[in-house]
Design a protein around this ligand. Sequence first.
Ligand SMILES: Cc1ncc(C[n+]2csc(CCOP(=O)(O)OP(=O)(O)O)c2C)c(N)n1
Length: 374
Amino acid sequence: MIRPEFFIEKLRAEGVEFYAGVPDSLLKNVCAYITDHFDKEHNIIAANEGGAVALAAGYHLATGKVGCVYMQNSGEGNAVNPLASLTDRDVYHIPLLLIVGWRGRPGVHDEPQHVKQGKITTSLLDVMGIGYEVLSKEEEAAARQIEKAMGSIRETGEAFALVVEKDTFDSYALQNVERNEYTMSREDAIRMVAASITEDAIIVSTTGMISRELFEYRTAMGQRHERDFLTVGSMGHASQIALGIALQHPERRVYCFDGDGASIMHMGNMAIVGSRRPKNFVHVVFNNGAHDSVGGQPTVGYDIDLVEIAKAVRYERAVRVCGAEELKDALEGLLDEGLQLIEVRVKKGNRKDLGRPTTTPIQNKEALMAFLNA
Ligand SMILES: Cc1ncc(C[n+]2csc(CCOP(=O)(O)OP(=O)(O)O)c2C)c(N)n1
């Protein structure tokens, strides 16, 4: 295995002093090392992976140096547009290094949302004309690959990617842990909201642990899963799926269970929800100020005012709550009709024995459609 400090210090020796990206579970030890060793001007956790590519482009314009973008392969899609229309040699020809966590690598068992992306991870790089190396798990070989990558970037002025398999990096314990003062767990908050909704309502939940915790709540309560759409991939788009349903089923209330990282990733989606003002839409953002599902790296969730943002894009009502009492009041105080948002401030972390959905995405889809159209 590679020590994160070995990897990042080798990159530093090759002139890499700027990072931007969206965290990934396979890269979490490297991301933690970067967080501890680079200041906020040199490590930016971006809203989405496309934004990270553009940040590295801006850094290059300002300094002439090569920035590095880290991402899970799920984020390749978000990055394709700026890679093809900004940094590509046919456009502005801007060099950068990509570090891509390879979930769903063929032959390695992974969750369903990673299977397709895992198959196309390297072919997407091929089709964009981006050279890559699958990073060795052995330090000296990895060091040679870094030299090759940086040599290629310097020679061609183009992007080059290091693709990272599972169990490549050794552990690294984050020193600068950002704690928040909130006491309620996300899982308790999810249970409270789920328990408060009527039997005909739908929940569209976001990527990561929020969906896993909702699934386990139903199982624990002996309930079926047909009312819940678990958006296991497609991070940041749960609110649009919910909107698509809400507009066609005005007789049912639709809840979106969102994360702060996910809602920030595609924040414009809130504006579209606001523009339609569905009367049957309740947006609940479980805000722990972190990308908790992939290692707890900070988001800007506590630096911005989600309630004011919701109001500004024409949600009828938006409130922020912390703690079970306030959440209970907010749920009881929901208007019978109207587009509403509840931001629930929760602490970071999850149960260690949290499971994963035991139904497949297709089963989930079919059960929901049957329920909706019964
Ligand atoms: C496009 C994309 N980028 C990155 C990921 C990896 N990922 C999965 S969950 C997650 C964090 C979600 O954070 P948040 O929405 O705040 O929810 P939390 O995990 O904190 O409950 C990330 C970055 C992904 N699935 N898709």
